[in-house]
Design a protein around this ligand. Structure first.
Ligand code: AMP
Length: 189
């Protein structure tokens, strides 16, 4: 099963994805993590990514799609994969569709972690990540509205989008996610 995880900045999608990937025994592919690894290594790609990420902007689609293409292998198409923070725009979703179609695969479920924006800003300031200053946080919300919001409609029209209430502690949110995934798994069998 190919699952895409979408959520506004700070919604807890990284934490929930790790739990879900472990629960399902599938690969967790986070473009944010891939970029952070590149930035830490000081590679050319890392420097390009940092120039966008440090301002709260999205890394350009072609750069992002390339890194995903490199990371997706046969195992992910066969066993399944959890995509965390990718796609984040309609063009990225179209590129993903093309990659999956080449491998006789498709997006089975898109989980939207729904959390109120006021809660999110407090959470993000508390986690003290380098790209979590007030300015970059605001810019990331703007990028979310501009690029990621239309993506939700794209997946809604396909009938694969499910919104999950992201309020509450990690375990309660995960329980809601687990139930949605089990229902979709049962329906797909
Ligand atoms: P995340 O860890 O998912 O919050 O991602 C951290 C940052 O990496 C984001 O704020 C973006 O600047 C960048 N990033 C991650 N995934 C993508 C993507 N699919 N497209 C463009 N930029 C991305």
């Amino acid at each position: 099963m190919i699952i895409v995880f979408v959520g506004p900045p700070g919604s807890g999608k990284g934490t929930q994805c790790k739990l879900l990937a472990a629960h399902l025994g599938v690969t967790h592919l986070s473009t944010g993590e891939l970029f952070r690894i590149q930035m830490e290594s000081g590679s050319e790609l890392g420097q390009v990514a940092a120039s966008f990420i440090d301002r709260g902007n999205l890394v350009p689609d072609h750069v992002t799609v390339d890194i995903v293409k490199e990371s997706l292998g046969e195992a992910q198409f066969n066993v399944g994969c959890l995509l965390d923070g990718f796609p984040r725009s309609v063009p990225q979703a179209q590129a993903l569709d093309a990659i999956l179609a080449e491998n006789n695969s498709q997006v089975d479920l898109v989980l939207l972690l729904d959390v109120d924006q006021n809660v999110l800003v407090d959470r993000m300031l508390a986690r003290k990540r380098k790209d979590d200053t007030l300015n970059t946080i605001q810019q990331r919300f703007e990028a979310y509205e501009q690029w990621t919001r239309p993506l939700l409609e794209y997946y809604q029209n396909r009938g694969v989008l499910v919104s999950v209430d992201g309020r509450g502690d990690v375990d309660s949110v995960f329980e809601r996610i687990r139930q949605v995934v089990s229902a979709v798994e049962a329906a797909n069998q």
